[in-house]
Design a binder for this molecule. Structure first.
Ligand code: MSP
Length: 496
C-alpha cells in the first residue's frame, strides 16, 4: 500500500467559488478517491486563504471585521464542496491556530538559518493579485501602469520590509523543477522565465499600518507576513509537520499539489526555495492545468463571465452530472472554452445516451426475460476485449493524472456494449443469459472505474443491479449471480 497526499490551492474567500475553482477541486477529489479505492493512505487537503490586503479591503467595504467575513465565507465554501461531494480530509483555513503557529515557526527557522533580512521596498502592486509587477510585466494604459491580468491601475508602494533570500536557490530550482512539474512543458516555461529574468530576493512582510490583517512577524510585530508566504505553508500544516512528524514524513514523500497555471511561479520557484530553506524536500509533483474560459476570457469574477456551481448542479441534476462534465473537458495543457451547449452535448451523449441507456436496457431485459436473476456465465469475447482494454487504458491514464482520457476509455467500452445489444438482439431470445451476464459485467467494471467521478450514480447502479462496488482495477468475473431489482433512470436527457 502506498501513500497519496493531494492538495488544491487554498482559495481567496472574498467571493464564493465558481466552476473554475470547482474544476481544480473536483479533479483533486477524483485523484483522492482513486487512491483511496486502491488502498493507499490518502489525505486530501483544501481550504481558504484568509489573510492579506484583498480580504482586509473587502471586509472594510462590507463594514465587517475580516475574521467575521472569512468565518462566513469558509462556511459558504464548505457548502459548495458538500454540494459537489468533495471528499476532503481537512478543510484548512490560514486563520487556524495550528497554521498560524506553523508560519511563526517557519519564519523563525528561516531567519535563524540566515535566509531573512530587513530592507526597503518600492514597486507597483496589484491588490487583486497580491503581487508586485515590474516594468515589462505591467501594461501601460493612459500613461499609467496597470495589472496585466485585472487591467486595473497598480498602486505605488514604498516601505520597509523583510526579504527572503530567493536568489540563492537558483541551482536547487534548476535541478528540482524539471522532474517534479507535470505536464513537463510547464517546467520548461518556468525555467525559461528564470533564464530571462533571473532571481531577485522577495519581500515577505508588510507594515502593519498598511496591512494589519495578517500573521505578525514573530520578532517584529510592526510587520505582518506576506499573504503568499503564509498561504503556501498551509501544505505543511495540513500534513501535520509540527503535530506528528512521522505522519508528515509519510505524506510528504508523495505530495501532489494541483494548481491552475496562474500560480505556477509561486508553487515552483518560491515554494521550492522556501522548502529548501527549511530543509524539507520539494513536493513530489506539482500538477498544473489550464483555465476554463468563457467568451474568450479566463472565467473569473473580474471578467464577469462566471458560471455558477449551483447552475451546473441544477442543470445536470445533481453533483454527478456537474462533476462529470467538468472532468470530461479537463485539460492540463490547454485552456478550455466552455458553454452550456458543450456541457449539454457531453452530458447527453455520455451519461444519458451511453451509460444511462445501457443500464436501463440491461436491467429491463434482465427483469423481463430472467425475472431479474442472471447467473454466472462466461463473458462474451467481444465484451471481454472491450472491457479489458478500457480498464488497462483507464489505469494508465489515471496513473498519469489524465482523468478526461481515463473516463473516455470507459465510455468507449460502454458504447461497444450498447452496440453489442443492438447486434445480438437479446430481446428476441427466450433466455439471453450469456448476453445479459456479459453486459452486467461490463456495467459493473464501468461503475467501479467511474465511481471516482460519479459516485452517486455508481452506487445507485450497484444497488439496482445487485452488486457491490469494488476497486476500479478489478477485472471481469464469471462466478457471480446478479439479482436485478429495478431499471433505474440514472440521467435524464437535457434539452437546449
Ligand atoms: N489564494 C491563492 C492560492 C494560494 S495556494 C497556496 C489563489 N486563490 S484563488 O482563489 O485565486 O484561486 C486560484 C485557483 O483557482 C487557480 O489556481 C485555479 O486552480 C482555480 N481557478 C480559478 N479560476 C479558474 C478558471 N477560470 N479556470 C480554471 N481554474 C481556475 O490564487
Amino acid at each position: 500500500m502506498g501513500v497519496f497526499y493531494v492538495t488544491t490551492p487554498i482559495y481567496y474567500p472574498n467571493a464564493p467559488p465558481h466552476i473554475g475553482h470547482a474544476y481544480t477541486t473536483v479533479y483533486a477529489d477524483v485523484l483522492a478517491r482513486y487512491h483511496r479505492l486502491l488502498g493507499d493512505e490518502t489525505f486530501y487537503l483544501t481550504g481558504t486563504d484568509e489573510h492579506g490586503l484583498k480580504l482586509q479591503r473587502v471586509a472594510e467595504r462590507a463594514g465587517k471585521n475580516p475574521k467575521e467575513l472569512v468565518d462566513e465565507m469558509a462556511l459558504v465554501y464548505k457548502r459548495y464542496w458538500a454540494q459537489l461531494d468533495i471528499s476532503y480530509d481537512r478543510f484548512i483555513r490560514t486563520t487556524d491556530p495550528d497554521h498560524e503557529e506553523l508560519v511563526r515557526w517557519a519564519l523563525r527557522e528561516m531567519r535563524s538559518r540566515g535566509y531573512i533580512y530587513k530592507g526597503r521596498y518600492s514597486g507597483w502592486y496589484c491588490v487583486d493579485c497580491e503581487k508586485f509587477y515590474s516594468e515589462g510585466e505591467y501594461v501601460v494604459v493612459e500613461g499609467k501602469p496597470h495589472c496585466p491580468i485585472h487591467r486595473k491601475p497598480l498602486e505605488w508602494v514604498e516601505e520597509e520590509t523583510y526579504y527572503f533570500k530567493l536568489s540563492v536557490f537558483e541551482q536547487h530550482l534548476r535541478k528540482t523543477i524539471p522532474e517534479r512539474v507535470y505536464p513537463d512543458y510547464y517546467a520548461r516555461e518556468v525555467l525559461g522565465k528564470l533564464d530571462k529574468e533571473g532571481l531577485r530576493d522577495i519581500s515577505i512582510s508588510r507594515p502593519r499600518s498598511r496591512v494589519w490583517w495578517g500573521i505578525p512577524i514573530p520578532w517584529d510585530p510592526e510587520h505582518t507576513t506576506y499573504v503568499w508566504f503564509d498561504a503556501l505553508l498551509n501544505y505543511l500544516t495540513g500534513a501535520g509537520l509540527l503535530s506528528d512528524r512521522g505522519r508528515f514524513e509519510r505524506l510528504w514523500s508523495n505530495v501532489h499539489h494541483v494548481i491552475g497555471k496562474d500560480i505556477l511561479w509561486f508553487h515552483t520557484v518560491i515554494w521550492f526555495s522556501m522548502l529548501e530553506a527549511l530543509d524539507i524536500s520539494p513536493p513530489r509533483r506539482v500538477i498544473v492545468h489550464g483555465f476554463l474560459i468563457n467568451r474568450g476570457l479566463k472565467m473569473g469574477k473580474s471578467a464577469g463571465n462566471v458560471i455558477a456551481i449551483e447552475d451546473l448542479v441544477e442543470r445536470y441534476q445533481g453533483s454527478d452530472g456537474a462533476r462529470y462534465v467538468l472532468m470530461r473537458v479537463f485539460n492540463p495543457g490547454k485552456d478550455v472554452d466552455i458553454s452550456f451547449e458543450l456541457f449539454d452535448s457531453i452530458y447527453n451523449s455520455d451519461l444519458a445516451d451511453n451509460l444511462g441507456n445501457l443500464v436501463r436496457r440491461v436491467s429491463t431485459l434482465a427483469l423481463r426475460k430472467l425475472g431479474g436473476l442472471v447467473e454466472a456465465s462466461g463473458v462474451d469475447g467481444r465484451i471481454e476485449r472491450a472491457v479489458e482494454r478500457a480498464l488497462e487504458e483507464y489505469a494508465s491514464h489515471m496513473e498519469s493524472f489524465d482523468v478526461s482520457n481515463a473516463i473516455q476509455s470507459v465510455m468507449a467500452a460502454l458504447r461497444e456494449a450498447n452496440a453489442y445489444i443492438n447486434e445480438t438482439r437479446p430481446w428476441e431470445k427466450a433466455r439471453p443469459s450469456e448476453e445479459l451476464y456479459s453486459l452486467l459485467e461490463a456495467i459493473r467494471a464501468a461503475a467501479n472505474a467511474l465511481q471516482v467521478v460519479i459516485p452517486r450514480a455508481a452506487a445507485r447502479t450497484a444497488a439496482a443491479l445487485g452488486f457491490e462496488l469494488d476497486r476500479p482495477d478489478r477485472g471481469l468475473d464469471s462466478q457471480r449471480v446478479y439479482k436485478v431489482r429495478e431499471s433505474p433512470i440514472l440521467f435524464k436527457k437535457v434539452r437546449g
